[in-house]
Structure formats: structure tokens, C-alpha cells
Design a binder for this molecule. Structure first.
Ligand code: BJ8
Length: 430
């Protein structure tokens, strides 16, 4: 039962109240099935479970308080957004609803069927007015990372304001110059919303908050790769998904509490998986909530997921921004540009650093194999999978490629392939 104050807020945001209420019932049931059914969960997951219960109510209320103060709310689908600037300006930057199949049929009235489900899902949420985050956003952040996204912005902009950043697709000096200009334009855009200059001290304040969040995520990342695995991959993914929508300081505090508990579990040799379960890393495209399909399949097939080389995962938090008190705003922006240029999205050519990083991750985390996950019709990740596969096979690292969308229809088929993959690794280990 949704409290009247939230229904009033939803009406104010022109949300389709019956539709969102129905979607939330489904989201809650799915959360119960995928997460609450697990045994031996860390007690500090309670905060994240409760956050999920209020993610379209309490959190939307908080965001709209910020907006009423004239601060920006920036909704995004990509980790190229310089979120430190938004936070430094007192605003909030968050991931938009884009992981559910429920909104896709509506999106297909305006978008082609054969494009990535993430884009269609997000576009459908806007058309249906059934996501509090999208409805609240001052503007949606768009980027030119892939063909489908950059053309969708032109259509999405008819429903909601979109600010587009041109992401260069090479990492040479010329391209980085363009990227710097784009970051400066983004800064100006944020300043226009608030009417205030983003000076060195506000930039630094935003960087500190996001650095702390990334450090806590790095801590989780290290803990879950222990020999005794203290948390399931499903739970770790859930925490990372919430990192994109929660208030960052509160989120960091709760994540550090969870990590304290995980540290104690490691010391006490508590493992949430059967001893000798295979350790797998997932590579590829992002998992927007509630896309939990692959994690659920893998972890109910006898293997543990110990990492995601993904934007909802390692790619998001691997790098911080190092600044000091003597830096000017220009120098701080340079540091931000440098940090964002390290993102190894498959939209870059060449993208060899990603392959080297994956090999290192497999070694450091003592993974038994990788599953390369591509959302259907994501050409950059799909094509790059050949290069990753070849490099990993040369290093004798077991590799499985899965391409899927948000529908549950292929779950059985994926499960069969994952089980066969797990058996083949076990067989070769023996
Ligand atoms: S930095 S991975 S978040 S672009 S939408 S590219 S899945 S076809 S999300 Fe991404 Fe930024 Fe890169 Fe990360 Fe493919 Fe779909 Fe495009 Fe996608």
C-alpha cells in the first residue's frame, strides 16, 4: 500500500500512478525471489533491501526536495557523466530506470525492435511516465557512445530535455581535447541550472563525496574475491545498482558497514557458497536493475560470481580523481578529464587496455573462467568479444559468450549453457 503523500508526489510529477504501483508490485516480488530467498545473507544487506522498498517513494521525495532548492537532478544511462560536478553543485546524479522488459512494447511504438533493450526500456519508461527518476530529472544526460543511443536522444528529447555530450571514440590527444571541451560545456550547463559558478572548492567537495563512494565499492570488490566468499554475486550486484540511485554519503556509510561485516566473515571463514564452487567473472554490458537474470542463473547452477567487469561494476569505480588543496578549478577539471578518459568502454577503438585489464583481473581474483555478457544488439561489445575471447583463450582462460535481452524466455537455454560451461571447467580442473 503506497502512502498518500507519495501518491500526491507522483501526481505532481505526472506519473502514471496505477502503472507504477503495479510495476512496483512486480519489482518487490522479484526482489523477494532473487534476494530474500538466499541463505546466510549478511545482516547489513537489510539497509539495501529497505532502500529497494522505497526506491520510487522515499528516494523520489528526497530528490524533489533538492530540485525545489534549484539544484540539478541529472538522470543518466552512462558512466561518462561527470557526476562530481552535479554533486559539487548540490544536486544529484542517478541512473534512470532501464532494466525492465515491462516498458519495451511502448518504446517499440517509436524505436525499432532490433536495438538494445536498455535503450528501449528507458525510452518506454519515459513514454509511460512510470519512473519517478525520469519524471524528476532536470535533464537527461545523453552521450554518443553507440549508434542506437545517439539517435534515440533526438526522439527522447521530444519527451524530456536531454543534454548530449560528444564522447570521442579514440584516446589520442586530439580526441581528449574535444572531451575536455565537452566536460567544460557540461560544467557551464550545470552552472546555468543553479545560477552559481562551480569553483575549485565546490568541485573538490563533489570529488571527495564520489571518491569515498568509489573507495567503498573498491573495498566490497576486494572482499568478495576472497577464498571464502562472504557475499553472493547477486547481493554485490544489487548493492552496486543501488549505488547509482542512493544519496552518496549515506550509501557510502552503509556500504562501509556491510564491508566491516564482510571482513569479519572473511576472518571467520564464512563462505556463502559451497566449498570449491567455481569462481566466475562477468564481462561486458551493464546490468541495470532489475536485470538479475544472469546472476540468478549462474548462482543457482553451482558457481559464484566474484566480479563484474561492467559499468554497473568495476569499470565504474576502478579509478578515483586525485586532487589537492592548491589546485585551481582548471587543474581540477584536467584531473577529471584524465580520470574519465580511463573508462574502457567498447565504444573506443582501439581498446587494448580493456583486454589487458581483464587478464589481470582474472589472475588477481583467481577466477576459474569468464562469462562475456552482451545485451542483444550491442554491436561494440559484441564485436569486441572476439578480441577478448582470443586473448583469453591464448592465456587458457575458459570463456563463454552470452547474448540476451530482458525477457525471461531464454532463461532455460542460458541455464543449460551455463551448466555445461561449469561442468567443462570442473572436468578440465580434475
Ligand atoms: S561507458 S558500456 S554505460 S556506453 S546502450 S553501448 S549496452 S547498445 S550502456 Fe554503456 Fe557508457 Fe559504455 Fe558503460 Fe551497448 Fe546498449 Fe549502447 Fe550500452
Amino acid at each position: 500500500m503506497i502512502a498518500q503523500e507519495y501518491i500526491d508526489l507522483w501526481n505532481e510529477l505526472e506519473i502514471d500512478v496505477p502503472r507504477l504501483s503495479k510495476m512496483l508490485e512486480g519489482a518487490s516480488k522479484r526482489h523477494e525471489d532473487v534476494f530474500l530467498s538466499q541463505k546466510n545473507r549478511p545482516l547489513n544487506m537489510k539497509y539495501f533491501d529497505e532502500f529497494w522498498d522505497g526506491f520510487q517513494t522515499k528516494r523520489i521525495k528526497e530528490l524533489n526536495v533538492i530540485k525545489k532548492e534549484g539544484k540539478p537532478l541529472v538522470g543518466t544511462f552512462c558512466i561518462f557523466v561527470p557526476e562530481e560536478m552535479v554533486v559539487g553543485a548540490g544536486g544529484a546524479c542517478y541512473g534512470l530506470c532501464s532494466g525492465s522488459p515491462a516498458s519495451i512494447p511502448e518504446a517499440e511504438k517509436e524505436l525499432p525492435r532490433n536495438i538494445c533493450p536498455l535503450i528501449k526500456s528507458a525510452h518506454g519508461f519515459k513514454m509511460l511516465k512510470s519512473c519517478g527518476y525520469t519524471q524528476s530529472a532536470t535533464f537527461i544526460y545523453g552521450e554518443t557512445t553507440c549508434e542506437a543511443k545517439k539517435k534515440t536522444w533526438e526522439i527522447l528529447d521530444k519527451h524530456h530535455p536531454v543534454h548530449i555530450m560528444h564522447i570521442p571514440q579514440k584516446k589520442d590527444t586530439k580526441s581528449l581535447r574535444l572531451w575536455r571541451e565537452e566536460v567544460m560545456d557540461f560544467k557551464t550547463h550545470i552552472e546555468e541550472v543553479t545560477g552559481n559558478k562551480l569553483d575549485a572548492s565546490s568541485l573538490k567537495a563533489g570529488i571527495e563525496v564520489i571518491n569515498e563512494k568509489r573507495k567503498a565499492l573498491q573495498r566490497l570488490d576486494n572482499l568478495r574475491a576472497n577464498t571464502n566468499i562472504p557475499i553472493s554475486g547477486r547481493d554485490a550486484l544489487f548493492v552496486m545498482q543501488i549505488s547509482f540511485i542512493d544519496e552518496p554519503v549515506r550509501f557510502t556509510r552503509h556500504l562501509n558497514l556491510l564491508c566491516d561485516e564482510l571482513e569479519a566473515r572473511v576472518e571467520n571463514q564464512i563462505n556463502v557458497f559451497e566449498k570449491d564452487s567455481l569462481r566466475l567473472i562477468i564481462l561486458g554490458t551493464p546490468f541495470a536493475a532489475p536485470n538479475w537474470k544472469l546472476h540468478e542463473i549462474v548462482e543457482t547452477s553451482g558457481a559464484a560470481i566474484i566480479n563484474e567487469e561492467s559499468c554497473i561494476g568495476h569499470r565504474y569505480f576502478k579509478d578515483n580523481i586525485e586532487v589537492n588543496d592548491t589546485m585551481s578549478d582548471e587543474e581540477i577539471v584536467d584531473k577529471m578529464v584524465e580520470r574519465y578518459a580511463k573508462i574502457d568502454c567498447a565504444c573506443f577503438t582501439p581498446n587494448e587496455a580493456r583486454i589487458e585489464k581483464i587478464k589481470q583481473m582474472v589472475k588477481d581474483k583467481q577466477a576459474d573462467g569468464v562469462i562475456y555478457y552482451t545485451l542483444s544488439f550491442c554491436h561494440t561489445y559484441n564485436v569486441e568479444s572476439f578480441l577478448v575471447k582470443t586473448a583469453l583463450q591464448d592465456s587458457k582462460i575458459p570463456f563463454l559468450a552470452i547474448e540476451s535481452d530482458y525477457s525471461p524466455e531464454d532463461s532455460g537455454q542460458i541455464k543449460t549453457r551455463v551448466e555445461a560451461f561449469i561442468e567443462s571447467i570442473k572436468f578440465s580442473k580434475e
